[in-house]
Design a protein around this ligand. Structure first.
Ligand code: NDP
Ligand code: GDR
Length: 345
């Protein structure tokens, strides 16, 4: 969506992550004044925001700390708040369930309270997740599908989702959930399966590694391209009334299909010698299959994701070849599709 919103102010939590950095670039291009919550780490994690850090106001804060959230809302005086911060790795939520609950669940309530008491005319976007559907009751999943989360992460996201609905109903605040299915990019963290595969394939192609170790090949996900999903977040907050929307491509593919497509992209047809199953990466309970129905977002917001599965795989593999120094790597940067205002990496 290309409309200019000069003079508007947005507060983004999770600025340093995949989605926060793409969203910030989009909002800056649209004329927003952008404020980003950033937490203290012993080693700063600012690689995704280096290209625009001088154009955003960074505010120290943490979803675990109410006072810092109150101060962030007071300082930024936001028209829009995008809550993208979370302990977002499902695997880690099994080993750190309490932290995940505190950040990904209760942290949302803290930010809602900061908004209710200090900026009750702002609009609030919550990064809800298809992981809430978990053991799916029907397919494809839409806004009316029941939740059955399968991880401490999914449970925390369900709590946050209902906290948002509750603040909307109780206080009349503009609070909206984007129930987004998996979305990937060259900024995806290396522990997530798509990036693990694209990085591993690039290394194998260049003779830098011999194998990729994965927990399972059979689970299925609805994978899209992250910058397009950040545009959906923006659209959700421009809607006339606060509402909840699914964001998805409507296609589902297995981890095995991602592996095969990634190897095919570098000219390797038989991937089996290069992939090993390793139970260390399997989960106590997993989500077997997800496939979203984005009809409501298309009809009400005009949102249509354009990047299809093979293109997404190509963008990620080409990027990782480039990072590792292969000639011709990064070539997808030149032909990167359709992100509204953002580059692919
Ligand atoms: P990332 O893991 O890339 O980014 C998470 C961000 O949250 C980072 O900036 C991280 O900061 C920040 N963060 C973590 N803990 C805290 C804390 N205690 N206080 C403040 N900030 C914190 O996630 P994505 O960009 O992929 O996802 C964005 C949001 O969307 C998340 O809420 C995720 O759960 C949700 N989501 C993601 C989907 C996807 O496919 N990507 C799909 C559906 C939902 P730091 O850099 O310091 O670690
Ligand atoms: P997910 O993403 O759990 O869907 O959460 P992830 O890429 O971690 O896993 C997808 C599927 O791949 C299987 N898998 C592996 N996963 C990882 N990480 N590592 C492996 O080695 C591996 N082998 C197989 C997983 O078991 C799973 O079935 C992402 C996150 O971005 C969440 O924050 C977000 O809410 C959801 O997507 C929608």
């Amino acid at each position: 969506m290309s409309s200019t919103k000069a003079g508007r102010r947005a507060l983004i939590t999770g600025l340093t992550g995949q989605d926060g950095s793409y969203l910030a670039e989009q909002l800056l291009a649209q004329g927003y004044e952008v404020f980003g919550l950033i937490r203290r780490l012993s080693t700063p994690n600012t690689r995704h925001i280096e290209g625009f850090a001088d154009r955003v106001t960074l505010i120290d804060g943490d979803l675990l700390d109410q006072a810092s959230l109150d101060a962030a809302v007071r300082q930024s005086e936001p028209d829009e708040i995008y809550n993208l911060a979370a302990q977002s790795f499902v695997g880690a939520s099994f080993t750190q369930p309490v932290v995940t609950g505190e950040v990904t669940g209760l942290g949302v309530l803290r930010l809602l309270e900061a908004m209710r008491t200090r900026a009750d005319r702002a609009r609030f976007y919550q990064a809800a997740s298809s992981e809430m559907f978990g053991r799916v009751r029907r397919s494809p999943q839409d806004e009316s599908t029941e939740f059955h989360p399968r991880s401490p992460y999914g449970v925390a996201k369900v709590y946050a989702y209902w906290a948002c609905v509750n603040y909307r109903e109780s206080y009349g605040l503009f609070v909206a959930n984007g129930i987004l299915f998996n979305h990937e990019s060259p900024r995806r963290g290396h522990e997530f399966v798509t990036r693990k595969i694209s990085d591993g394939v690039a290394r194998i192609k260049l003779g830098l590694a011999k194998a990729i170790r994965l927990g399972t090949l059979t689970t299925r996900r609805d994978w899209g391209y992250a910058p397009e999903y950040c545009d959906l977040m923006f659209r959700i907050l421009q809607a006339p009334v606060a509402d909840d929307f699914v964001g998805a491509t409507g296609e589902t593919h297995s981890v095995e299909e991602f592996v095969a497509a990634a190897f095919r992209h570098v000219g390797i047809q038989d991937w089996r010698p290069f992939v090993e199953l390793d139970p260390r990466y399997a989960r106590p309970a997993d989500v077997d299959t997800l496939c979203g129905d984005p009809t409501k977002a298309r009809e009400k917001l005009g949102w249509v994701p354009k990047v299809k599965f093979p293109e997404l795989v190509g963008i990620m593999v080409d990027h990782d070849l480039g990072v590792l120094g292969a000639p011709g790597g990064h070539r997808s940067a030149a032909r990167a599709p359709s992100a509204p205002t953002t580059p692919p990496a």
